[in-house]
Design a protein around this ligand. Structure first.
Ligand SMILES: O=C(O)CCC(=O)C(=O)O
Ligand SMILES: [Fe+2]
Length: 292
């Protein structure tokens, strides 16, 4: 079962992290634990507080900022306020980058900063399709953005102003989940990956790894017995706290909470302290074939 590893870091650009903290942070994370920063909150400016409303995202529920393309999506705010919203998200992305640079000196050259999201809608009672329903335990996999083996590392900060925690559940280890569901997964049909890319369903080539991870994500969410298995644990992340998880590895679900900032990073498998712990390597071992 994943463990919550608490770190006392209280600033986004910590200087001279002790070597044992750095060592422990990367090791714990790669083992499939959650790094929890109870004293690290993300502060919104006075004007930014206005974004703490479900209206900020409107129908789309999340606002997302793509720093590479320079594109803000899903925003429902007045055009005059867009730059302020964009600035808030860019500031969170930059804060996340500086935290990771300090904590994981071995990753940065290889670390890719991807999307930033602001989640403004209460999770409990929200209506979505089962596949998009993150209240069900799952590991992350993106249908239209193949990662081609790279790790998905996500940083979360609860910015709720009303004292409300973000409640998560965790369900076992990646190995256990992979062994449980692997017999139900099917190989990608021949030629399907090229077709998906050609029809622009995917941005880039959907490798066999991406194919299996997507199926795993779906099978986990669809399996009622697994969802209600007794060995599930939970954790409430309080407002003004931050946590970091390899969400492609740690089976997780969000039960309730409102107002979250999230930053996605990609980490190449070879940049890990121990690449054998990557979901890619675990699946390759179990299936006895290369998947990228
Ligand atoms: O919104 C959350 O708290 C977590 C949702 C989730 O499953 C994820 O971001 O990977
Ligand atoms: Fe997730």
């Amino acid at each position: 079962m994943p463990r919550i590893i608490t770190l006392s870091v209280d600033r986004w650009a910590p200087t001279n992290c002790a070597p044992d903290v750095v060592e422990c942070a990367a090791e714990s994370l790669e083992q499939g634990n959650i790094l929890f920063f109870p004293h690290l909150g993300f502060q919104l400016g006075a004007a930014e507080q206005a974004f703490l409303s479900p209206e900020t995202a409107g129908k789309s529920k999340n606002v997302s900022w793509d720093g590479v393309a320079g594109r803000l999506r899903g925003s429902n705010v007045d055009p005059a306020l867009q730059p302020l919203l964009q600035g808030m998200m860019q500031r969170f992305a930059a804060a996340g980058e500086s935290l990771l640079r300090a904590l994981f000196p071995a990753y940065p050259g290889a670390l890719v900063t991807s999307r930033t999201s602001f989640r403004a809608v209460e999770v409990a009672g929200r209506s979505t399709s089962w596949r998009k329903d993150d209240t069900r335990l799952h590991v992350d996999s993106f249908p239209s953005t193949p990662v081609q083996g790279k790790r998905i590392l996500r940083l979360f900060s609860n910015v709720n102003p009303n004292g409300q925690a973000r409640s998560w559940r965790f369900g076992g280890s990646f190995e256990a989940v992979a062994e449980r569901f692997l017999p139900t997964l099917t190989a990608p049909p021949r030629g399907s990956a090229r077709l998906l890319q050609w029809c622009s369903v995917t941005r880039g080539y959907r490798t066999a790894y991406d194919h299996y991870m997507l199926q795993l994500h779906d099978r986990m969410k669809a399996d009622g017995a697994y969802q209600s298995s007794p060995d599930v644990t939970g954790y409430d992340f309080p407002p003004q706290s931050t946590w970091l998880v390899f969400t492609d590895q740690v089976p997780h679900a969000v039960v309730r909470g409102q107002y979250l900032l999230e930053q996605t990073f990609y980490v190449p498998v070879d940049a890990m302290r121990d690449p054998e712990r990557a979901p890619l390597r675990t699946l390759e071992r179990l299936l006895a074939r290369p998947l990228t």
